[in-house]
Design a protein around this ligand. Sequence first.
Ligand code: SF4
Length: 316
Amino acid sequence: MSKYKITKNIKYPVKALNKFIIKNITFTRSNLIANEKELIDNILKDFRLSVTALNTYLDCPYKFKLNNLYRIPTAKKPYFSFGTAVHKALEKFHKKYQSENQLPPKRYLLDQFKSALTQELLTTDELKERLLQGKRFLNKYFDLHQPDLKPALYIEKFFGTSSSPLVLDNIFLTGKIDRIDIIRSKNKTVKVIDYKTGKKKTRGQIEGATADQNGALKRQLIFYKLLVSLDPTFPHKVAQAELDFIQSPKETGKSGKEVFHITNKDVQELKTVIKKSYKKIKNYQFNRTVDHAICHRCEFKNHCWPTGTPQTQKQN
Ligand code: SF4
């Protein structure tokens, strides 16, 4: 194992970096300390911005610093393990469908889910509960969507890898799209699809038009269109973008697919958000959020608020 942490460009050995974080950052909580700018500059040399990282920065710049730049490890919550297993099962299922050009049986999907979930770090009770939950969701999901499932064009497609970088004004972008389906071969149009394992959201929530949401989900779809448009090796154009809420068929008896047409204006606006955010990152702007609703569900809340997370939703 390398004695250097995170990237080859970081000049800090693991021990020194950990000591640095534990002794200094833990106690400063948001102010930059001596040598920290140098550390951040080194990390940013190899940094590729994903939409998840961008959304984290927009939620809380300080969380972005801890999570996306320093990659401070946190315990994986059981629902994340569940989400990972559902994604893995659908990936395996669609890969088989794609390679054999024949719809695999439902049993195959359920078996892949079980196999993926058992590889996650869960207690016996959590494993039992999540196995049952996943079986119920995927059972109904398969039954409802079986008639319209087609072999995918791409499954788990990466954009912005080190061998094929995607750059927006010196900002390296990256992302992985769960599935890409062809819409029309003739004009090379595709639909990008992202699976969601949480509760179904309304279109208003997805677009950030409600008080409880900030548009992170729609931003994700716009980001995917941007990635595709920046990749000169990808011959298709995004005509549709879909969020597929897997638990909806079980919970409501209806499809959980929400399809959007992403406009060029959407993409232009996102480019502005990316550039502004990245400029702030380069200028070491990592203030803690004042929206404490975010803190309540944050992995770093005990670090930021050792005496308890503030109850007020927003502060000026
Ligand atoms: S607890 Fe709040 S302030 Fe601290 S990193 Fe998380 S979201 Fe940011």
